[in-house]
Design a protein around this ligand. Structure first.
Ligand code: ADP
Length: 443
């Protein structure tokens, strides 16, 4: 069934090709006859036959042009259109070759007769090539257009006649082979085109279903994250309340572990929720006025305590050209900064962490987080901002983490119209930076 449909489609497309080739060529036939009539004296005996035939050629050319125009957009009715093109083409060529041989037979033999004869071989050669999409038509045309001339050549019964008939015979054979080769080549091309189109369709369908599956997964993740977050907040709230009550040493330690694990889980769920929102294009970036220095101090306070507990140096520098009030999304700026600073602290055991906030140029604000930690291998740097990308398994085992923080940071920075990057060398530390176009007011 599939092969039948494919071969039908192949035939239909070959007809479209044929239609586009023969659209205007039909009008060459009346012109050819006009040239013959001008040069060869047509005796009064054949006058009406010739001109009636010429009128039929003109009407035939109109018929074929109309059929060819329909063939270019042919769908279900393509077979009948093909028949129309076949019949009109053969009628045209039969009329033209008959009338031309009549003109040759009627007039005295001249150099022009030779010219007509060999001009007609070229015309047949051209026709075989043009009709190549329909091999049956090309073959029939080859015969129909040559037979009247061969008959005329043989009827002359002299060496010119025999020689011309031989040349026609050889040409017929060559043109037959040429039409067959051209047809095979065309069929191959059209088959490849059909295959490519069907592959493109398959790929489009596969892409659509993959997108649909990804949307469903994102939606599911968003719903689940939301559903998990509510009871989790309840658990963390209760453990915090418990920590404020009277507990013995062991109970305090256990509740402390519970609270810490709950907070870890909350960070993870929040990351997943953010990522699914970003992937679904649902995360909105706000544009409100905020105090950047205040935001930096607030973000740094808890992290600075962590740095002190690890005996690490901590340095915050806000350059004087940085405006006090800025216009942007403070929640997201803080989220990116916290991600980078937490990583810097997590991956640093000696030395310290510094933050430098300045202007990259008049428009862009540049945040630089530098640490003296373990650093990242050059080979791993390229994909470090991809989801679930971690420098290596041993780092993950030692430091924990999900590989989402940097991916979220990159997407957030890009949503805010900025860019993010990193330089690092193993054992020496890393420098993470991001630039944002936060418009500000220095007063
Ligand atoms: P997570 O830290 O949760 O694994 P991130 O996306 O924040 O996920 O970081 C991805 C990986 O990049 C980390 O696992 C770590 O290997 C590497 N990395 C990030 N920041 C630093 C840093 N300051 N120093 C060394 N490695 C880092």
């Amino acid at each position: 069934m599939v092969t039948a449909i494919a071969s039908e489609e192949l035939e239909r497309r070959l007809l479209v090709e044929l239609g586009s080739r023969v659209r205007l060529g039909g009008f060459v036939y009346p012109l050819l006859l006009a040239a013959v009539a001008l040069q060869v004296r047509i005796p009064s005996d054949y006058f009406w036959t010739f001109w009636l035939g010429a009128l039929l050629v003109f009407l035939g050319a109109i018929w074929r042009t109309m059929a060819a125009n329909r063939a270019v957009n042919a769908n279900s009715d393509w077979r009948s259109i093909r028949e129309e093109i076949r019949v009109s083409s053969l009628l045209l060529s039969a009329l033209v070759s008959f009338l031309s041989s009549l003109a040759l037979a009627a007039g005295p033999r001249s150099d022009f007769s030779h010219l007509i004869l060999f001009g007609l071989i070229s015309w047949t050669a051209l026709g075989c090539n043009v009709f190549a999409p329909d091999l049956s038509l090309a073959k029939a045309f080859n015969l129909v257009s040559m037979i009247p001339f061969v008959v005329w050549c043989l009827s002359v019964r002299d060496s010119f006649g025999w020689f011309s008939a031989l040349i026609f015979g050889i040409s017929w054979l060559f043109l037959w082979i040429a039409a067959k080769l051209a047809n095979t080549h065309l069929k191959k091309m059209v088959r490849t085109q059909i295959q490519l189109e069907s592959q493109a369709d398959d790929l489009r369908n596969a892409r659509d279903s993959a997108e649909e599956a990804s949307r469903a997964r994102t939606q599911f993740l968003a719903n689940m994250s939301h559903e998990i977050r509510t009871p989790l907040n309840g658990i963390i709230g209760v453990t915090d309340l418990m920590l404020g009550t009277e507990l013995n040493q062991e109970q305090r330690e256990l509740v402390g572990i519970m609270s810490q694990s709950g907070n870890h889980l909350l960070v993870l769920v929040n990351d997943l929720l953010d990522l699914s929102k970003i992937n679904a294009g649902k995360l909105k970036i706000e544009s409100i006025e905020f105090d950047l220095r205040h935001l930096l101090e607030e973000t740094c306070r808890p992290l600075q305590l962590q740095a002190e507990s690890k005996a690490l140096g901590w340095h915050l520098q806000i350059r004087k050209e940085v405006p006090r009030t800025c216009l942007g999304d403070p929640v997201r700026v803080r989220q990116v900064l916290s991600n980078l600073l937490s990583n810097a602290l997590k991956f640093t055991d000696h030395g310290g962490v510094s933050i430098d906030v300045g202007m990259a140029d008049g428009q862009q604000m540049r945040f630089v987080v530098e640490d003296t930690g373990i650093g990242i291998e050059a080979a791993k740097l390229q994909g470090i901002f991809e989801e679930f990308e971690q420098a290596d398994r041993s780092t993950t085992r030692r430091f924990g983490g999900t590989g989402l923080g940097l991916a979220i940071s990159k997407r957030l920075v890009e949503l805010m119209g900025g860019r993010i990057g990193v330089q690092s060398s193993v054992g020496q530390g890393s420098v993470f930076w991001f630039e944002l176009a936060i418009s500000g007011n220095r007063s």
